[in-house]
Ligand binder design. Structure first.
Ligand SMILES: NC(=O)c1ccc[n+]([C@@H]2O[C@H](COP(=O)([O-])OP(=O)(O)OC[C@H]3O[C@@H](n4cnc5c(N)ncnc54)[C@H](OP(=O)(O)O)[C@@H]3O)[C@@H](O)[C@H]2O)c1
Length: 293
């Protein structure tokens, strides 16, 4: 990865942090896009001390995926100041949010996980084209298969669902559908490979709910059980990052037809996640939502 630049959203913790660490150890330049610069700076310092990397190989930039203005400002700065983009890893994720509606008027989980990344990817396409072959990797989840149909009237607001029953799995489904469509849009001579994946169940702060999100009953009686199971059954963040790293660096994936990965192997997502009509409709609605012409 020497000489290559990798952009990772949400790289200050969990799977994103472990991915950044591995890629720095492979001599890549890593750009960390974080919503909180204090947390990002702490992580960046820790990455430098843990990997012994050259400080010029790591850059922290502010990007709040829950704000379209922030994503646009980030992309503008990136396009002006960074020479190249070889791998874009859309990793940042939100499962519980307060407030639930963003200033742009969308469900926070849908905007952080899907719409923000959708806009970011679009705004960075020229940079990705510049030094091809390049890659886009969307970190989705197996939970996408919980969604059996899409409520198109409530698609980005999800006002009728609870995070873990609708908004979160929907956002992960949308990431796969948009991966399908982006591949088709780029088909031909663009030289950009696009993949999506599930890291599996990983012990990070992602599934730590707040009492406000699940109610005090759930927080006191159900959440300890989840923590207990997580302790014994979930992957470590380092193991959880392995499929992300595989999709970022594996040479045999160049021009691969494989779409969705789990445990470093191509597997099939749900049939809805590759439904062409849904991919087309979501793409159109997403462009309108983020105000692309
Ligand atoms: N953990 C699992 O079991 C699991 C399973 C399947 C898929 N995944 C996926 O794996 C990815 C990484 O998750 P993780 O488990 O590593 O979770 P994590 O440790 O909670 O990390 C999530 C990262 O996303 C960032 N983030 C959240 N909202 C953001 C926003 N609006 N703008 C910018 N950054 C934002 C967080 O920043 P802050 O630190 O500032 O909050 C954090 O850096 C996610 O896409 C998740 O859906 C995880």
């Amino acid at each position: 990865m020497k000489g290559k630049t990798v952009l990772i959203t949400g790289a200050n913790t969990g799977i994103g942090y472990e991915t950044a660490k591995d890629l720095l150890q492979r001599d890549a330049r890593v750009i960390m896009a974080c919503r909180n610069l204090n947390r990002g700076q702490q992580a960046s310092n820790q990455l430098v001390s843990e990997t012994g990397c050259n400080e010029n190989n790591i850059r922290l930039m502010e990007c709040d995926l829950c704000s379209l203005d922030s994503v646009r400002a980030f992309a503008k700065l990136y396009n002006e100041e960074e020479e190249r983009l070889d791998v874009l890893i859309c990793n940042a994720g939100l499962s519980w949010a307060s407030p639930m509606v963003t200033t742009d008027g969308f469900n926070s989980i849908i905007q952080a996980n899907y719409l923000g990344h959708f806009l970011l990817t679009y705004l960075l396409l020229d940079k990705l084209r510049k030094y091809r072959r390049s890659r886009v990797i969307n970190v989705s989840s197996k939970l996408h298969n919980k969604i059996k149909s899409i409520n198109w009237l409530d698609v980005f607001t999800q006002s009728r669902t609870l995070p873990w029953f609708g908004a979160y799995p929907s956002s992960k489904l949308f990431q796969i559908l948009s991966t399908v469509k982006l591949r088709q849009q780029l088909y031909g001579n663009e030289g950009i490979d696009v993949f999506t994946l599930t890291p599996g169940w990983v012990s990070t702060s992602l599934s730590n709910p707040t009492p406000q999100a699940i109610g005090w009953f759930g927080f006191i009686f159900c959440y300890p059980l989840v923590r207990f199971l997580k302790f014994f059954m979930a992957k470590t963040p380092k193991t959880g990052a392995s499929t992300v790293i595989f999709c970022a660096v594996e040479p045999s994936l160049e021009q691969s037809e494989d779409l969705y990965f789990q445990n470093c192997k191509a597997v099939k997502p749900s049939s809805l996640a590759i439904n062409q009509l849904s991919a087309d409709r979501l793409w159109k609605l997403s462009r309108t939502a983020v105000e692309l012409q």
